[in-house]
Write a protein that binds this ligand. Structure first.
Ligand code: SAM
Length: 224
C-alpha cells in the first residue's frame, strides 16, 4: 500500500507525460469511444450529461485532455468564461484550439500544488479522469486537489468529475489488463483508489459530497 507522503515530481510528471500531440490525436477514439464503453463500462455520454448539468458561466477545467466534453456540452450562456488548467502543454494547446470560439484562458499548473489562478472565481470546476492519473494515496490526493480548487470556487460552486477506481469495483478482463499496464507505467496511479477514499478526501473541505459508481468509474460532485 502506498504511503500518504506527498508524491515526487517524477511521479507527477509520469501521470501526464503520455499526452503527446500524437496520443491526443487518438485519445477521442481510443479512450472516449472504446475504453470508456468496453474497458471501464461507463460511456462518455454519461460524463457528457454531467457536464451539461453542472457547467456554469465561469468554469475551470482541470486535466483537459482534448477538450471533447467542453466542445460538446451545453453551456448555460453563449459565451462562458472558461479556464483550462493542465500540466501538459500539448493538452492545453489541443483543448484551447478546439474551443477557441469561447476564447479560453490557459494555465499550466500541477493540480497537486496551490493553483496560480489569482482573483478568479468559478461557478463550476471539473476534474474529469484526472484523479486516477495523480500519484499518491487515494484520500490525500483527493483532499489536496479539493483544497487547491476550493479557494477559487464561488459560494455554492460545484466541483464535479469522474475517476476510474482500482478497488471495490469489478474490472473486466480488458480493464484489468489496462489497469496493470497503465499503473506499471505511472500513467494511472489508481490501484488502491476506492469510493470511500474519494468521499473522505472531498469531504475534507467541500460539502454535499455525492458519488455514483457506473461500471468502474466513480462520478462525483461536491460543493463549496
Ligand atoms: C486522462 S486525461 C483526461 C482528459 C479529459 N478531462 C477527459 O475526461 O477525457 C488526463 C489529463 O490530466 C492532465 N494531468 C495529469 N496529471 C496532471 C497534474 N498533476 N496536474 C494537472 N494536469 C494533469 C493530463 O495532461 C491530461 O490532459
Amino acid at each position: 500500500m502506498k504511503s500518504a507522503e506527498a508524491p515526487g515530481a517524477d511521479e507527477v510528471e509520469r501521470g501526464q507525460r503520455i499526452y503527446t500531440p500524437l496520443v491526443l490525436r487518438a485519445y477521442d477514439v481510443f479512450v472516449l469511444g472504446l475504453s470508456n464503453r468496453f474497458a471501464w463500462r461507463c460511456p462518455s455520454t454519461t460524463m457528457l450529461a454531467r457536464y451539461d448539468r453542472y457547467v456554469g458561466k465561469r468554469h475551470l477545467d482541470m486535466g483537459v485532455g482534448t477538450g471533447w466534453y467542453l466542445d460538446r456540452c451545453a453551456w448555460p450562456v453563449e459565451q462562458p468564461e472558461i479556464t483550462l488548467l493542465d500540466l501538459n502543454e500539448s493538452s492545453l494547446a489541443v483543448a484551447a484550439r478546439r474551443i477557441a470560439r469561447y476564447a479560453p484562458q490557459t494555465t499550466r499548473a500541477n493540480v497537486l500544488d496551490p493553483l496560480p489562478l489569482g482573483n478568479s472565481g468559478f461557478e463550476s470546476a471539473a476534474a474529469n479522469y484526472l484523479l486516477h492519473c495523480l500519484p499518491g494515496h487515494n484520500e490525500s490526493k483527493v483532499a489536496t486537489l479539493a483544497a487547491n480548487v476550493r479557494p477559487y470556487l464561488e459560494s455554492g460552486g460545484v466541483l464535479f468529475g469522474s475517476t476510474i477506481l482500482g478497488r471495490g469495483v469489478t474490472h473486466t478482463r480488458i480493464g484489468r489488463r489496462l489497469m496493470k499496464l497503465y499503473n506499471a507505467r505511472g500513467i494511472f496511479s489508481n490501484a488502491e483508489d476506492d469510493e470511500r477514499g474519494l468521499a473522505r478526501g472531498l469531504a475534507t473541505c467541500l460539502e454535499d459530497v455525492e458519488i455514483e459508481v457506473v461500471g468502474t468509474v466513480a462520478l462525483f460532485t461536491a460543493r463549496a
